[in-house]
Design a protein around this ligand. Structure first.
Ligand SMILES: [Zn+2]
Ligand SMILES: [Zn+2]
Ligand SMILES: [Zn+2]
Ligand SMILES: [Zn+2]
Length: 751
């Protein structure tokens, strides 16, 4: 990062020459027209950087690490054969996965690691994944004399998956090979299975066709409101307003999620062997679907520059995805100027935007680059310039333009201008998708491969659901349709991220013809107007005039989560901290806010919050049963000082619940009363979460997992109504999680 910052600052000195920002195209035209020697120095800085970032592969080291892991996996797998323990099989899968990753492009080791993982996956019951691993092993050059074993296994998995055509193909292949007696036997057996399969009545494809219906409609206002969405009919809370599938997203923070479908629950991740374990796919199907993009990104991942470039990486994705659609429009053009004019025409054409292809909807998104300050603009120019040089020097991206009349220099200008345009648009229109991840997972560990969590494929063990409760941003996504919704601090929608699709639910009842709003920042229940105003002005360049911001008391909802009762005996009045504290130190319990300057506004007495430190102390010793009971009592006592759903109460509940589950996971057994207490506190926390974040928010569902675990262990009372309500929440989960939650519900809760 330092190196990149240094290069950028050196380059920055040189581009101050070009003058103010006009548009994306003029920017790169003027950059290209710098004095030749300056330009040379400018570009050489970037080229040297790209060169130096290349990280050589230590293929021998990779092979050795991979082999060790595979052999360790073999030992564990053998263990499982004697005790037939499912846990050891999954543990072997985990070790083989590590072997697959570590092998990188040491192909011989890679093929062996895939082959062994395939055996373990099949044994565990992951047939689709096992089938893929057989194909992976063969593709990576599995030794000729043993290939029939892998093909036999592939045929077996094809039978399990009822894939008749694949099964026929593999059996035919095997029939042509010289096989030993026991394999001939297996072949005959599979042939019989094939015949039986063929004679089985075909299973009806019950998959309901997804109707892309939208209850919202886009209208255009010639004024500053621009395009906006209104309800075509009355929509009641919880109904789906519209869905959108994103073709462009990038994982955030180097998350190892599928680069094609954003799946995070992978039992057999397939890494790209050429970019140092930074890119994975959930399946061969996803890998192949992403290959047209990844072939141009692989070298950049290998150099590890993409994570340094922020939103420009997503802008590059947009370019790589949309350029095949844009190219045909530019076939006749002979100059960069003509091409840019045509692209701008495309981006202006009025039409019914719901039906326009995604690349056009994306080209039409507003950009705020013209309102950004110089420093910001320059930063984006430098990122884009680096990416453009990268494409030119380290990929064959530009080969596709050879047959066009315009020169490659012209194309370089256009490509730079387009990436910059997308960057500017994404600054204001990019979305961040969240998801549920495994709790306290190391990087390069996969939650599906943790033996202590799972009893069989996609079925958790009893009491383990809370280990899936870590909610985090995982993707930066381009969603041009959702981007048409204007901002309000009380959003009309709740967006569910499901892989790379989003489903938008009505967050409240919406009237026919009412405008549908999204909230671009924290909303009115989770932030002060003052604190929201800053990002809205800074990033989105406007001042909010929504209904919540313009009422006489705009912060009343947020502040209702910050009411205290005075500690002084003869006062004991309810109060809100004064305005100065509200703005600076309302959340005094955060480590960054060391002072606790909360004073009762009725009697002016400084509050000491002795109960807070006592509570923390009890948390620290929650291994001890009597201390735990004191802790539960201390939690109940919070009602003396914190009014209603004070947000600190939720945070303290969180600490308490996490501490208790830490003990439970570590083998401490709580008595029945303690479990009832714990369940009561979780329910209280859920009420607070519902009040502040909504009862279908990711936060709510994440917290709910703890209650499910206690109910699953039959450690607390519940009733039909609560169960039904809880089950209903799974609709707001991504489908991969929904399946796991429903399995859990059916296995342990509804019996
Ligand atoms: Zn995938
Ligand atoms: Zn790669
Ligand atoms: Zn507002
Ligand atoms: Zn007081």
């Amino acid at each position: 990062m330092d190196r990149l910052a240094r290069i950028f600052s050196q380059q920055n000195e040189l581009i101050t020459l070009i003058g103010g920002y006009k548009d994306e195209f003029e920017t790169f035209k003027s950059l290209a027209s710098m004095p030749a020697d300056t330009l040379q120095i400018f570009q050489q800085l970037a080229l040297d950087l790209l060169q130096d970032l290349e990280q050589p592969v230590d293929r021998k080291g990779c092979a050795e690490r991979s082999r060790n892991l595979r052999e360790e996996g073999n030992l564990v797998f053998k263990e499982s054969a004697t005790g037939s323990s499912k846990d050891s099989v999954l543990k072997a899968c985990r070790l083989y996965t590590a072997a697959v990753f570590e092998a990188e492009d040491a192909m011989e080791e890679l093929s062996l690691a895939f082959a062994n993982r395939g055996i373990a996956l099949q044994e565990y019951g992951y047939y689709r994944e096992a089938y893929d691993d057989c194909a992976n092993a063969l593709e990576c050059g599995y030794p000729e004399r043993l290939r029939h074993k892998v093909i036999m296994r592939q045929a077996y998995c094809a039978w399990k998956l009822k894939k008749i055509a694949s099964l026929e193909e593999h059996l035919e292949h095997l029939g042509q090979l010289q096989l030993k007696e026991n394999f001939k036997q297996q072949l005959e057996d599979l042939k019989q299975k094939l015949e039986l399969l063929k004679n089985q009545p075909k299973e009806q494809e019950t998959q309901a066709k997804v109707v892309d219906k939208s209850l919202g409609e886009i209208l255009t206002d010639p004024g500053p409101r621009g395009r906006y969405m209104v309800a075509k009919e009355a929509i009641s809370k919880g109904n789906v307003i519209f869905s959108e599938r994103a073709s462009c997203f990038v994982p955030l923070e180097q998350q190892l999620i599928c680069q094609q479908c954003a799946a995070s629950l992978m039992s057999a991740p397939i890494p790209c062997p050429n970019c140092h374990q930074r890119v994975v796919y959930c399946s061969r199907k996803c890998r192949d679907a992403q290959s047209a993009i990844h072939k141009f990104e692989c070298a950049a991942y290998r150099k590890d520059i993409l994570r340094l470039l922020g939103i420009s990486h997503l802008a590059l994705r947009l370019l790589l995805t949309y350029i095949p659609y844009i190219m045909p429009h530019l076939q006749e053009m002979t100059s960069a100027k003509g091409m840019w004019k045509e692209i701008m025409n495309l981006s202006r054409k009025p039409e019914a935007s719901e039906n326009a292809p995604e690349y056009l909807r994306s080209l039409r998104m507003v950009s705020q680059l013209d309102q950004a300050n110089n420093e910001e603009v320059n930063y984006h120019i430098l990122c884009v310039n680096l990416l453009q040089l990268y494409l030119k020097e380290h990929t064959d991206f530009y080969d596709q333009f050879h047959s066009f009349p315009a020169s490659i220099e012209d194309w370089q200008l256009i490509i730079s201008a387009l990436i910059l345009r997308f960057s500017g648009q994404l600054l204001a229109n990019g979305h961040v998708g969240d998801g549920l991840l495994g709790v306290s997972m190391e990087p390069k560990e996969f939650v599906m491969l943790q033996p202590e969590l799972w009893q069989k494929p996609r079925h958790l063990k009893r009491g383990q659901l809370h280990n899936l409760s870590h909610s985090d941003p995982i993707t930066a996504v381009n969603l041009p349709y959702l981007s048409l919704c204007n901002h309000a601090c009380e959003p009309s929608i709740r967006t569910k991220f499901d892989g790379c699709s989003v489903v938008n639910y009505a967050a409240k009842d919406i009237l026919d013809g009412e405008e549908i709003f999204n909230c671009y920042t924290n909303d009115y229940r989770t932030s002060l107007k003052l604190h929201r105003a800053h990002p809205l002005k800074d990033i989105y360049k406007f001042e909010c005039t929504c209904a919540k911001c313009t009422r006489t008391d705009p912060d009343q909802n947020y502040l209702s989560f910050h009411r205290y009762r005075c500690e002084k005996h003869n006062c004991r009045q309810e109060f809100l901290p004064d305005v100065k504290v509200q703005q600076n130190n309302l959340r005094w319990w955060l480590r960054s806010n060391a002072e606790k300057p909360i004073t009762c506004t009725v009697c002016q007495e400084l509050q000491h919050f002795a109960w807070y430190n006592e509570f923390l102390e009890l948390i620290g010793s929650s291994a001890d049963s009597s201390r735990r009971q004191a802790l539960f009592k201390a939690f109940d006592d919070l009602d003396k000082w914190l009014v209603d759903h004070h947000s600190l109460k939720r945070i303290m509940a969180e600490e308490l619940i996490t501490a208790c589950f830490y003990e439970i996971d570590g083998g401490t057994s709580l008595n029945d009363f303690e479990y009832e207490d714990l369940a009561r506190i979780i329910r209280k926390q859920l009420e607070g979460t519902a009040a502040q974040c909504g009862d279908n928010s990711t936060e709510y569902i994440a917290r709910m997992t703890y209650l499910w675990d206690i109910i699953a262990q039959k450690k607390c009372r519940t009733d039909k109504k609560e169960l039904l309500e809880m089950k209903g929440k799974v609709d707001y989960l991504a489908s991969e999680h929904r399946e796991v939650f429903l399995n859990y519900y059916n296995d342990f809760i509804e019996q």
